[in-house]
Ligand binder design. Structure first.
Ligand SMILES: NC(=O)c1ccc[n+]([C@@H]2O[C@H](COP(=O)([O-])OP(=O)(O)OC[C@H]3O[C@@H](n4cnc5c(N)ncnc54)[C@H](O)[C@@H]3O)[C@@H](O)[C@H]2O)c1
Length: 370
């Protein structure tokens, strides 16, 4: 049982991200050293996590005063109503700040429970056990917590770091292929924006990620977390540099909103489409060359991911996304703030490529050249 450790460190906090296969049984020992005063634990499970893990985790922690709660995660449940529900549970069981909330689930559960923990009595201990690939490589890393509002996704939230993240690849075995694609999209994005060598590794090894070879999975998760943390550590509160992590997400967000967040297209599939569109825009804006796009397309083709962008191959369809682009959080004025790609491993800086709607419509017409 090899445990890989990444240390998160900023001015205020230090904590570990532990990654491995079948490592979740070390949790009680970790809690003892990180939260020695904890007496009560709220263990909040994702409904779709297989029962054997729920049973085993609950048994491992039975010497604590345990409150076991469940959530059937969907974007509607990622709401203030659910926040209140969990806060009430903690109040009714007299939790205090030295006690502990553990979120065991995907990104929805992690964002929600992390937010609950960050505001309960101004902050109770929180440990995250991400159980989807997306949450292990992205959502559980970086300290963004929150819920949706009627005005949009993730608009209510806080920046708050957990005491520990424990990513166990054994949890991923029960994930659907679509959910693996979702996490893979963010892994690929991390390579594209920052690490050519990792990109080349993905070129050879993506198939093993999808076949769940644990060694390869662990390597990809570790690499991904490190890249995300590079950006987070430079800009914890997302003022500027961290926005590079949103590469491909401006178009992706529009695709998701246009499709009304339906299950037809997942977030990760939208990100895969968004990265292709952002790279095409980069070529048209002369930020990168055609070979960069071709290299990216090769990975998509080899791993049968072309379906993600096929609906957005004609300018007419891409232009239809424009009304949904405008609400992007990166836009501080009327123009759309794009992160462009210079080459594999390097992007433009935020706020350097703001494009008006009128100009964007013109540029999209040239996408067929790429
Ligand atoms: N905080 C951040 O920085 C950040 C970053 C990226 C995404 N997010 C958020 O993450 C959310 C998406 O996360 P997600 O992709 O994990 O989706 P999710 O939480 O909806 O999980 C996907 C599905 O997998 C199920 N599931 C979870 N673990 C499972 C397991 N081990 N076996 C079988 N099924 C399992 C869930 O019940 C759900 O049906 C979005 O709400 C997004 O806004 C947050």
């Amino acid at each position: 049982m090899k445990i890989h450790q990444i240390k998160f460190k900023n001015q205020n906090q230090t904590y570990s991200i532990l990654i491995g296969n079948n490592i979740f049984k070390i949790l009680p020992a970790k809690i003892k050293s990180i939260c020695p005063k904890t007496k009560k634990i709220a263990l909040i499970f994702d409904k779709n996590l297989p029962a054997k893990y729920k049973k085993s985790l609950s048994n491992n922690l039975k010497k604590y005063d345990l409150t076991i709660l469940n959530l059937n995660p969907n974007e509607k449940m990622k709401s203030l109503k659910s926040v209140n529900y969990f806060l009430d549970k903690l109040f009714s069981k007299n939790f205090n700040r030295s006690d502990l909330v553990i979120g065991v689930g995907g990104g929805i559960l992690g964002d929600l429970t992390g937010f609950v923990a960050s505001i309960f009595k101004r902050g109770i201990n929180f440990i995250s056990l991400p159980t989807t690939l997306l949450s292990q490589v992205d959502a559980a890393i970086g300290g963004k917590t929150g819920v949706n509002s009627a005005y949009g996704k993730n608009l209510i939230g806080s920046f708050s770091q957990p005491k520990l993240v424990l990513s166990d690849t054994c949890f991923l075995k029960s994930l659907k292929k679509k959910e693996m694609v979702c996490g893979y999209a963010e892994i690929l994005k991390h390579a594209v924006i920052k690490d050519k060598i990792f990109f080349n590794w993905l070129y050879k090894n993506t198939k093993y990620i999808f076949s769940q070879d644990s060694k390869k999975l662990i390597y990809a998760i570790k690499k991904s977390c490190k890249i995300k943390l590079l950006f987070v550590n430079k800009d914890t509160n997302e003022k500027n540099y961290r926005m590079i992590l949103n590469f491909g997400h401006t178009f992706a967000h529009a695709i998701e909103v246009k499709n009304k967040y339906s299950k037809k297209i997942t977030h990760g599939e939208a990100v895969l489409a968004g990265m292709i569109l952002a790279t095409k825009l980069s070529i048209i804006k002369k930020a990168c060359d055609q070979k960069t796009l071709n290299d990216l397309l090769k990975i998509y083709k080899m791993n049968k991911l072309n379906y993600t962008f096929e609906n957005y191959s004609s300018p007419k369809e891409i232009i239809k996304l424009i009304p949904y682009l405008k609400n992007d959080k990166k836009n501080i004025d009327e123009k759309i703030n794009f992160i462009l790609l210079n080459k594999i491993g390097k992007t433009s800086l935020p706020n350097k490529n703001k494009i008006s709607i009128k100009k964007l419509k013109k540029l999209i017409k040239f996408f067929t050249r790429c």
